[in-house]
Write a protein that binds this ligand. Structure first.
Ligand SMILES: [Zn+2]
Length: 280
């Protein structure tokens, strides 16, 4: 039985899961974190929910983020992809292999193109996903530019399905920002900071201008047990994150470590970047 719960109202969501003994839930990755935090703040263990599986999608997130959700609830997390223009969630889903999303190719024709020129990308290279619906009669959509960046995965899947697989969404053509002439995707930042076990799952990227040049500040929530009096431990962590970020994006952002639950959170899609340069 499917229980349509809508978004938000965390207390009600938890009540529904408990009352119906829900085993599978479909949600945003950032909402999984909010749900976990909510339970913990009330003294409950998220692993005690009857959940077995979560299908997660609708915003980009990294592999490390997935593993953290799995651990938090002690469940298996599968990636999903869809968009409102194409019947909502259901363009592609991961199989048990958790290694790329099989596209429902009998319902959708998919292409990967160069976001600037619209030309087809060579096999297995990252570009913008373009979709044509094949089953719709009333309102067919031809070559819809999704602005989502991904690539087709090579080879056959071990599960035996022959539908083509696409990689997880690596970002959007419109969430890339340019700082000091360098193109940066928020997912590049997440990929780096999530490798640090001391780091919580919430972070924020602030783009500012100090009247001389553009600067980037990355605010990172640190787990309570690491947010200690000993400043040296935090300073070392701060330096280590800045170093790794520099290696990834060739810029050294100002890394600011903050207490867990101190950054703003939204119940809808997470807002990761604040560009304060435009407000001048
Ligand atoms: Zn498969």
């Amino acid at each position: 039985m499917t229980i349509p719960a809508g978004a938000g109202n965390t207390r009600r969501q938890i009540k529904l899961v408990k009352n119906f003994r829900t085993t599978v839930v479909h949600m945003l990755p950032s909402y999984a974190r909010i749900l976990g935090e909510y339970l913990r703040s009330g003294g409950e263990d998220p692993r005690d929910l009857p959940l077995r599986v979560a299908i997660v999608g609708a915003e980009p997130y990294t592999e490390e983020y997935r593993r953290r959700i799995e651990k938090l609830f002690d469940i298996t997390v599968y990636n999903s992809y869809g968009l409102s223009e194409m019947n909502g969630p259901g363009v592609g889903f991961e199989c048990m292999e958790q290694n790329g999303l099989h596209i429902w190719e009998d319902a959708y024709l998919t292409e990967i193109v160069d976001p600037k020129t619209g030309a087809p990308m060579p096999d297995e290279e990252v570009g913008e996903l373009v979709i044509t619906s094949l089953c719709r009669e009333g309102m067919p959509i031809l070559r819809c530019r999704t602005r989502d960046l991904t690539r087709f995965l090579p080879g056959e899947c071990a599960c035996g399905r022959v539908h083509r697989r696409m990689d997880r969404i690596l970002g959007r053509t419109d969430d890339m920002f340019i700082i000091k002439g360098i193109n940066v995707y928020p997912m590049q930042i997440e990929e780096v900071i999530m490798t640090f076990p001391e780091v919580e799952q919430n972070y924020m990227i602030l783009l500012e201008n100090d009247n001389v040049s553009d600067t980037m500040r990355v605010k990172v929530e640190v787990r309570d047990e690491y947010f200690v009096e000993d400043m040296r431990i935090l300073q070392n962590l701060q330096k280590a994150i800045a170093r790794r970020l520099h290696a990834e994006i060739l810029l050294t952002p100002h890394v600011e470590l903050v207490e867990s639950n101190s950054l703003p959170r939204t119940e809808g899609k997470a807002v990761r970047v604040q560009d304060l340069r435009c407000n001048k």
